[in-house]
Design a protein around this ligand. Sequence first.
Ligand code: PLP
Ligand code: SF4
Length: 335
Amino acid sequence: MVLVKTSLCHVPGWQQQLASSISDPAELLQELEIDPGLIPSSKAAAAQFSMRVPRSFVSRMRKGDPNDPLLRQVLPLEAELIRVPGFTEDPVGDRFAQCAPGILHKYYGRVLLSVTRACAIHCRYCFRRKTNNTKVHTGMKEWQQTLNYITSDTSLYEVILSGGDPLSLSDKRLSALLMELDCIPHLGRLRIHSRQPIVLPERVNNGLLKVLAQSRLQLVLVVHTNHPREIDNDVRTALSRLEQIGVRLFNQSVLLRGINDTAETLAELSESLFSAHVLPYYLHILDRVCGAAHYEVKEEEASGILRSLRQWLPGYLVPKLVREEPGQMSKTLLV
Ligand SMILES: *Cc1c(COP(=O)(O)O)cnc(C)c1O
Ligand code: SF4
C-alpha cells in the first residue's frame, strides 16, 4: 500500500484509487455476480500471493462470467496451489545478475532498475509473484550506490525503470530519481516498464506528465496489456496525454492460456493498441514460475498462433514472440 495517512485532500486521486482496490476475493466475486462457491479456494490461493485489483479495472470485467479474460488475470485460483515439475521460484535467474542494490545488468548498453516491489495490480502469472508481495520502495540512500554503478559504466545508454511497477513511486520520488539520471552524461534514454497507465489510468495525471516532460532524456514507456478489453476510454486518454509530451509508447504482453491464446484476440489487441498510439513490442512466453502452470501455452502452439497473426496484420503490428533464458545476452526470439 502506497497511501500515506494524511488528510485525504493532500492525497492524489490515483493514490486514493489504489487504497480502494479490491483485495478480498469474496468482494470481487460478489461485485461481479459470480458463484460464491469459488471463494474458499480463491482465499487459499490469495494467502500465498495476495489479490489486488483496482476498481477501474474491475469495471471493465463482464458480470457473471468466471472466465472473463480480465478477471482470469487477477482472481486467485486453486490451480495455483498445485506443484508442477519445471515451475520454480526464480525462473529467469534474476538473483545472479544483481550487481548493486535493485540493479539488473544483463544486456549490453542498458540496465534495469527495480525501484519498488509495489504494483497496483497483482497479476497471477507474474514471475515476480514470490517477491512482489512486499511493499518496499528502494530508498534514495540505496539508489546512491545504484547511481554510482551507472555513472561508472560509460557503455550504458539506457536505464529501464522496472519493479514491481515504477509508477507506484510518488511524483516526488520519481522526480528525484529522474533528476539524478539526467545528470549522468552518457545516458540518452529512459525507459519505464509500467502496467499502471492500463490498470490505473488515473496515475497519468498532470504531476506525472510534468515530471516526465522535465527530463532531458528521450522517454520510452512500455505498458503491459494482455487483452483488448483492457483498453477503455480512460486508458486511451492517459496514453494520448503521454504521447502528446513525446513519450514513445510500446506494449508487452504475456501469452496466457484462456486469456489471449488465439490469433483473433491478439490481432484485436494490436489494432486496439495502435489506435491508442501504442506499438506492440514483445509477446512473452510465460516464465515458469510456480503457481502459474495453468496459464502456460507451449512454444510450439505459440509459434503457430504467431504465424497466423502475421498473415492478418501489417508487420509493424506483430509483436516479437520471445522467451527469457537465464544467462543469455538478449531475449530469445522464437519463429
Ligand atoms: C528484458 C530485459 C531488458 C530489456 O530488454 P530489451 O530487449 O531491450 O527490451 C533489460 N534488462 C533485463 C534484465 C531484462 O530482463
Ligand atoms: S504489474 Fe507487472 S510486475 Fe506487477 S504483478 Fe503485474 S506483471 Fe507482475
